[in-house]
Design a protein around this ligand. Structure first.
Ligand code: COA
Ligand code: MG
Length: 327
């Protein structure tokens, strides 16, 4: 291991993240009682320009009137991009009025570290002015060629950063990829056309202790396509996926939950490695296969995730926090 070590961001359960347009408050009650680990209220692309101001007011009301945390949710707000005339008021108005009720701010179309810096500075001033004691986290959407080119520096841009999200639709537009549906696969490409982009973002996230999250899959009438996208992301190290419709939440929760044999084996690896250490050995065999300290690190991650999921299902209040995986 390098002597340089980046501590993991504040851990949160993040298998599924439901997108809810802030301009549609009639959806809030369903979102708060649903099964998503995370919900973001959207002020950006799901809200038409004429509704931007009204959506801000609805977001404030939604944060104050619903107790998202008591329902086991992490609650996030997607603000408008820094290239719009809306972003500064999104932050100032919503955070001043309801920042104490919000867990994270999601910044879209981040291209450089300065984009993050600006929102961080605004949050810091508002938190100090209002006396908020709980620090609001930041998340970024990597969905432009510039953002992907700078993904490594963006990952280190703020101590508030917790997660990076791959925004496939804007990314496709930015790099001029030929696509069929949002997040679907183009049959002209022999394999997974999103592999490089997602994997590049995953590496940046894991290097600097952030959660890599995969964005939307637009065809919510195609559950098989959604499940395939979850499984492909999971194989690359992605931790969770957006749901743009409630019908996608269960699949994300399922595919990003380690299954019982996986958890059982992880626990057996940890006990076998503890016994090995007591006997002064580094590598041993389990079920005929070699395991060593690297196996124990993978196993710890799986057990920490399984414990957090178990805590969420047995008790929704207080909200479970994942133990940081050691190693
Ligand atoms: N959050 C909470 N509830 C939602 C929801 C969401 N994102 N999307 C749909 N629902 C609810 C509907 O209100 C409806 O509830 P009901 O049965 O109590 O009436 C139920 O789920 C079924 O909805 P349905 O009729 O199939 O969909 P719709 O036509 O109302 O909405 C979309 C379809 C795609 C417009 C809607 O799902 C949506 O706005 N999704 C999020 C879009 C978004 O945020 N995009 C930006 C990020 S990519
Ligand atoms: Mg986008």
């Amino acid at each position: 291991m390098s002597f340089t070590r980046h501590e993991p961001a504040r851990p949160r359960l993040h298998r599924s993240e439901l997108a809810v347009p802030a301009s549609r408050p009639e959806l809030f009650a369903k979102a708060v009682t649903g099964d998503a680990d995370y919900v973001f209220l959207d002020l950006e692309d799901a809200v038409a320009p004429a509704e931007k101001e009204g959506a801000r007011a609805q977001a404030i009301r939604g944060l104050r009137e619903h107790d998202w945390r008591a329902h086991g949710k992490t609650i996030s707000l997607r603000i408008n991009g820094l290239d719009t005339p809306y972003m500064y008021r999104d932050v100032v108005d919503v955070i001043e009025a309801a920042g104490d009720r919000l867990d994270t701010v999601l910044i879209p179309k981040v291209g450089t570290t300065s984009d993050v810096y600006m929102v961080d500075a605004l949050l810091t001033q508002i938190e100090d002015a209002r006396g908020f004691t709980r620090r609001i986290g930041l998340e970024v959407l990597i969905e432009t060629a510039l953002g992907m080119a700078n993904v490594g520096s963006i990952a280190q841009s703020s101590r508030r950063l917790e997660a990076m999200h791959f925004g496939v639709a804007d990314y496709s537009a930015s790099v001029r990829a030929r696509t069929t549906s949002i997040g679907g696969l183009n049959p002209d490409y022999p394999g997974d056309q999103w592999h490089f982009a997602i994997s590049r973002m995953v590496v940046a996230c894991r290097a600097y202790g952030l959660r890599p999250i995969d964005g939307p899959f637009g065809d919510f009438k195609d559950p098989d396509g959604y499940a395939d996208a979850c499984r492909r992301g999971r194989a690359l190290g992605v931790e969770g996926k957006w749901a743009i419709h409630p019908s996608q939440i269960a699949a994300a929760n399922q595919w990003f939950t380690p299954d019982a044999p996986e958890v059982g084996r992880a626990r057996r690896i940890l006990s076998a490695m503890a016994e090995a250490a007591a006997a002064g050995r580094g590598a041993v065999q389990l079920d005929g296969k070699m395991i060593d300290a690297a196996s124990a690190r993978q196993a710890q991650t799986i057990v920490a995730l399984a414990d957090a999921i178990e805590a969420r299902s047995t008790s929704q209040t207080p909200r479970p926090q994942m133990a940081a995986a050691a190693g």
